[in-house]
Design a protein around this ligand. Structure first.
Ligand code: SF4
Length: 306
């Protein structure tokens, strides 16, 4: 599937433009609420800042490079060409988010060497390894995605608005759709697999409702360990999953009215940036600021690159 597909314009429906968007559910925030309602509150309602890890920023970089790779003529989509994109793409990202440079800041060494530059260089090499791993999984010269980093949004009949970004969509000449997601995180595949499949089913529901076609394949490409996982959803499954999303959104709205977002401790707390404010760790959350307007469901670039 998706060999020799054609690039077409994809209309991204929006609800009133970026300035006044309705609250919507995104896969990352839905996962947050499922994992821990208080984590959802900290991220989507309080919008507390989180310092990204180098691995998260590297994921954003690699996603961006792969998007640029598919904008090149097919014959140029080679590993060295892709790795040549790393440096300029990082420069662009660092200009947009200068605080990310703090992750590497160490100043000058005793001999006057630029230790920050060396740290960035070593980190870019690890990003290059992920790019190499991508080429070990498929040959991009044989693909012509319909879209990369596609913003999608749809409203279910219940009124729940779903919103997110899809890494890549391939559409075969026969119309079969493949949804592709690149995973760049350092965590072993098994740890994040359920969360990743939740995200893919979310996108499958959105595309099914937007286009009337159940995607033929959901493909996860794990670049850290060079493995891919493909899954074929069916319509009854997506109907059930849609109900799950509606139930999650209703639970979020109920908690949003009262501010009752409870902590739900788990082994995943080790990755939570907000333990100091969490009652399960002896902290006290800030006063509930009320349900935010206009959009508590937005995903960041870092969310999309996990
Ligand atoms: S530390 Fe754990 S329980 Fe507390 S907010 Fe974070 S994820 Fe939830």
């Amino acid at each position: 599937m998706a060999e020799g597909t054609t690039r077409t314009a994809t209309v991204t429906p929006t609800a009133g433009g970026r300035g006044a968007r309705r609250p919507a559910l995104s896969p990352s925030r839905a996962s947050d609420f499922k994992q821990c309602p208080l984590l959802y509150r900290f991220r989507a309602v309080d919008r507390l800042p989180e310092v990204p890890t180098k691995a998260q920023v590297r994921g954003t970089l690699v996603h961006s490079v792969l998007e640029k790779l598919f904008a090149l003529p097919r014959e140029e989509r080679m590993p060295e060409r892709a790795k040549d994109l790393l440096h300029p793409t990082w420069s662009e990202l660092a200009e947009e988010c200068p605080e990310w440079m703090d992750l590497f800041a160490s100043g000058e060494g005793e001999d006057g060497a630029d230790e920050t530059g060396a740290a960035v260089g070593a980190w870019l090499e690890t990003a290059g390894e992920l790019v190499d791993a991508y080429f070990g999984l498929e040959d991009p010269r044989r693909l012509e995605p319909e879209a990369c980093e596609l913003h999608v949004e749809t409203e279910l009949s219940s009124g729940v608005l779903l919103r997110g970004y899809i890494d890549r969509i391939d559409v075969a000449p026969t119309g079969e759709i493949r949804v592709v997601d690149y995973k760049t995180g350092a965590a072993p595949r098994q740890i994040g697999e359920a969360k990743a499949m939740f995200q893919m089913k979310f996108y499958a529901v959105v595309l099914w409702r937007l286009r009337g076609v159940v995607p033929r394949q959901l493909k996860l490409m794990y670049l850290s360990d060079g493995q891919a996982l493909a899954y074929t959803p069916d319509e009854p499954e997506l109907v059930r999953f849609e109900r799950t999303l509606e139930a999650i959104w209703q639970a979020i709205l109920r908690a949003g009215k009262t501010g009752d977002f409870r902590p739900s401790p788990s082994k995943l707390c080790g990755w939570c940036s907000h333990q100091a404010l969490c009652p399960s760790f002896g902290g006290t959350p800030p006063e509930y600021p009320g349900w935010p307007e206009p959009d508590p469901g937005e995903e960041s670039a870092l969310d999309r690159a996990d």
